[in-house]
Design a protein around this ligand. Structure first.
Ligand code: GLU
Length: 507
């Protein structure tokens, strides 16, 4: 690594909600910055007015906040290199584009969209592809092909123009990527990209390079989809005579099945979110689900994302943010795409469900209970959580596993009844009722031995009696320790559930 102070940036365009691939890019930048005692910057790249989406910037900021990814400098926080929104830096870019023209690295191009469309069509009819490059530029409507006076005239008359990069011909560019190693490109395979548009705005390429330079960015860590831009970016640094940052292009996130990039459609098709938080499309009103609303813990979500492309080289899979910061390195990021696995995402949440402090889960589950109008002491909620959380991936699953603690069953699992409710079951259950009635100190530790004595007296074994007792309390053959359930719901409730069962269970 070079000796520059580590300064990295996450530079999203507010063109819609942030895909989880984008969150992963932000995460790796954050881990890298923290690990090296550097700075993490949020820059909003909003120079493409046509793709601007209302609410997207706010969504991006809030999502990253939920993830626990913090910025040292950002649109909201400010910083000495601001403003951090490119539309507010608009006046900066033009002079850099003009500087490149003056230095012979770029040129004015007056070709209209219709001219270029026409050319594309002509090339297509010859089964060729039109590319604006070293070959074609000599014959087109630009400051290379036209005489200087003609260019002046067109500009003075107010003809619209763009500024294009003059890609050198037939040069071998050698570039280095921290993840991919050496990348080699012949410049003749590249086109003359537009740097500055006729609407007075820079394109992504120009604004991105100028800002990375002005914001003193030391490392550019971004998705693999930007690798094709690396040659142009490298040439721009050379053209400006600026020191380039180091680059790391992260592997793509792949669909759970088949080839290709993970997309929103895969999420819809296979039923998992591809966005960190729920997103409501401002135009259509369509809602896309989010990890937060689906019940993922933010730290489990981050842990899962960290492993999509990186691994620590050990067996350990559960990492807190601090541990990730300690362990992370770009050298351990893989080159090949990383397949997204929705089951693994659930697995991570399940692990966090088990390892989190019981209070934390109980407080969240209490909200679920309150929403159902159930008010109960947090101590009981904690005991319930402790008993059932091993069967839950999400807080909302706890309800499915524990509803009988809070609501008496009104129906009985027909299959279980068929199998377990025998002719002598009512008699046996009445016996259980008798014993329960006589227990004053109502706790699992007392109920259990008393029922054991009863089982022994009946000589029928533990199973038949426990099955029908469970059926009365739970309504089915599932649930955790029966004596604990009895203790928690209390004597009165136990008796009333037995009475209800005796009256209502019919074969
Ligand atoms: N604005 C680009 C994006 O939306 C930034 C790419 C980069 O990091 O250079 O991803």
């Amino acid at each position: 690594m070079n000796q520059r102070e580590v300064r990295v940036r996450f530079a999203p365009s507010p063109t819609g909600p942030l895909h989880i691939g984008g969150v992963r890019t932000a995460l790796y930048n954050y881990l890298f910055a923290k690990k090296h005692g550097g700075k993490m910057i949020l820059r909003i790249e909003d120079t493409d007015q046509t793709r601007f989406v209302e609410g997207a910037e706010d969504y991006i900021v809030k999502s990253l906040e939920w993830c626990g990814i913090e910025f040292d400098e950002s649109v909201n926080k400010g910083g000495e290199f601001g403003p951090y929104r490119q539309s507010e830096r608009k006046d900066t870019y033009k002079k850099y584009a003009e500087q490149l023209v003056a230095d012979g690295w770029a040129y004015y191009a007056f070709d209209t969209a219709e001219d270029l469309d026409q050319l594309r069509k002509e090339y297509e009819s010859d089964k060729k592809t039109f590319v604006y490059n070293g070959e074609t530029r000599k014959t087109l409507h630009n400051s290379i092909a036209l005489a200087a006076e003609e260019v002046e005239r067109l500009k003075n008359e107010g003809h619209a123009f763009v500024i294009r990069f003059k890609t050198p011909e037939d040069e071998i560019l050698m570039m280095n990527d921290i993840i991919r190693g050496e990348v080699k490109v012949n410049t003749s395979t590249l086109d003359d990209k537009i740097l500055f548009k006729s609407d007075g705005m820079p394109t992504y390429h120009l604004a991105n390079i100028v800002d990375d330079h002005m914001m003193n960015i030391s490392h550019v860590i971004r998705g693999e989809e930007w690798l094709p831009s690396l040659p142009l970016h490298t040439m721009l640094y050379t053209a400006f005579g600026w020191e380039a940052p180091e680059f790391a292009h992260l592997p793509l996130l792949l669909k759970p099945d088949g080839p290709g990039k993970l997309s929103k459609r895969d999420g819809d098709r296979l039923g998992f979110p591809v966005f960190p938080m729920e997103w409501k499309d401002p135009k259509t009103g369509d809602i896309s689900s989010g990890y937060r609303e689906s019940g993922y813990f933010h730290d489990a979500f981050i842990n899962m994302l960290a492993f999509l492309g990186w691994n620590p080289g050990t067996e350990q899979e559960i990492f807190s943010m601090e541990e990730l910061i300690d362990t992370f390195s770009l050298e351990r990021v893989g080159k090949s795409g990383s397949r997204f696995d929705p089951d693994k995402a659930k697995w991570f949440n399940h692990q966090y469900m088990q390892k989190k402090a019981v209070e934390e889960i109980a407080v969240e589950f209490d909200l679920v209970l309150k929403a159902k109008g159930i008010e109960i002491s947090l101590d009981i909620v904690k005991r319930v959580v402790e008993m059932v959380r091993e069967r839950a991936n999400f807080v909302k699953d706890i309800w499915e596993q524990s509803a009988f603690f809070f609501e008496a069953p009104t129906e009985f699992d027909a299959k279980f009844v068929k199998k377990r409710w025998k002719e002598n079951s009512p008699e046996l259950l009445k016996g259980v009722r008798e014993i329960i009635t006589n227990i004053d100190d109502f706790s699992a530790a007392i109920i259990k031995p008393q029922l054991e004595v009863y089982v022994e007296q009946q000589g029928c074994g533990f199973g038949p009696i426990m099955n029908i007792f469970r059926l009365a309390l739970v309504g089915a053959g599932k649930g955790p320790d029966l004596f604990e359930i009895a203790e928690i719901i209390g004597k009165e409730q136990v008796l009333s559930r037995i009475d209800y069962a005796l009256e209502n269970i019919k074969k």
